[in-house]
Design a protein around this ligand. Structure first.
Ligand code: ATP
Ligand code: MG
Length: 261
């Protein structure tokens, strides 16, 4: 049975999608079978992996979840799953997820629809990685209901303790009410400008606020224009700039994540 990770933060542009791709690519490189799931109506994960017009795709996560809601049969191992050249699989997402989310509001077990799908598909993988949208929406609650662990990327320079507090509370509520397996893997400092002292101050602040209950990964992801270039090329950082500092950091992160399982 695969481990399921949700990459989440209600703050936009903190490196969730980049982390999902990079972690997925490195876990694949280590010999694991990995599925990346685009749980964001923006479809950035899908677009960042080379499917540059997600909204024109006919079969996506929205199609799959609609089938789950309507209790229609489909082959979870194959239906809608794409294979990326770097060896991992992708369940794409697009704008239709927004429409589906609205229709879910009155559905039975509306927070558990994604969990039902992931529950069927995870037996074929070692890791399933859910890339969440930047909000605590019903889709994100679905991701928390489906996940074993959450990785929370934060950009040190723009840390919002209030936002983090709200996110942690929500994860706690999901754990108590919907998914007892759920835990927080850790907070990941991203896009770090090494010339500033933010990272150390942030770690201290987080530890003073949350004690040792909340792990901050030792690995910090440095800022590099190479990361943005990889996104534009539809590949992971390991293909675009394998010897660079961002690739090195994500390699280290994968090691850290696996060691805490
Ligand atoms: P959203 O909230 O919109 O889903 P996100 O949290 O998923 O955003 P990303 O899309 O991963 O964030 O990153 C935002 C932008 O920053 C992208 O253009 C990406 O290429 C770039 N980026 C990601 N990581 C880094 C990094 N370490 N250094 C520099 N740029 C980065
Ligand atoms: Mg994203």
């Amino acid at each position: 049975m695969g481990e399921v990770y949700a990459i989440a933060s209600q703050k936009g542009g903190v490196g969730k999608t980049t982390t999902a791709i990079s972690l997925g690519a490195e876990l694949t490189r280590r010999g694991n079978k990995v599925l990346l799931v685009d749980v964001d109506a923006q479809g950035s994960l899908t677009a960042s992996l080379g499917y540059t017009e997600p909204d024109s795709m006919s079969t996506t996560l929205a199609t799959v979840l609609e089938k789950v809601v309507n209790e229609m049969r489909f082959e979870p191992k194959k239906f809608g799953i794409l294979h990326h050249a770097e060896g991992f699989d992708l369940m794409p997402g697009n704008i239709e997820l927004a429409g589906l989310e609205v229709s879910l509001v009155n559905a039975w077990s509306r927070e558990m629809v994604l969990a039902k799908y992931v529950g069927q598909v995870k037996r074929y993988y070692d890791y399933v990685i859910l890339d969440c949208m930047p909000s605590l929406s019903l889709m994100t609650l679905n991701a928390f209901s489906a996940a074993d662990r959450v990785i929370i990327p934060v950009q040190a320079a723009y840390l919002s303790l209030k936002g983090l507090e709200q996110l942690i509370k929500t994860i706690g509520k999901v754990k108590r009410n919907l998914n007892t397996r759920l835990g927080i893997a850790g907070i990941l400092i991203t896009m770090l400008d090494e010339r500033t002292r933010y990272a150390r101050e942030i770690v201290e602040l987080l530890q003073n606020t949350y004690g040792d209950n909340l792990r901050v990964f030792d690995t910090r992801i440095p800022y590099s224009i190479r990361a943005a270039e990889a996104t534009a090329e539809g590949v992971s950082i390991f293909t675009h700039d394998p010897k660079g500092k961002v690739a090195a950091a994500y390699r280290e992160l994968a090691g850290e994540v696996v060691s805490y399982e």
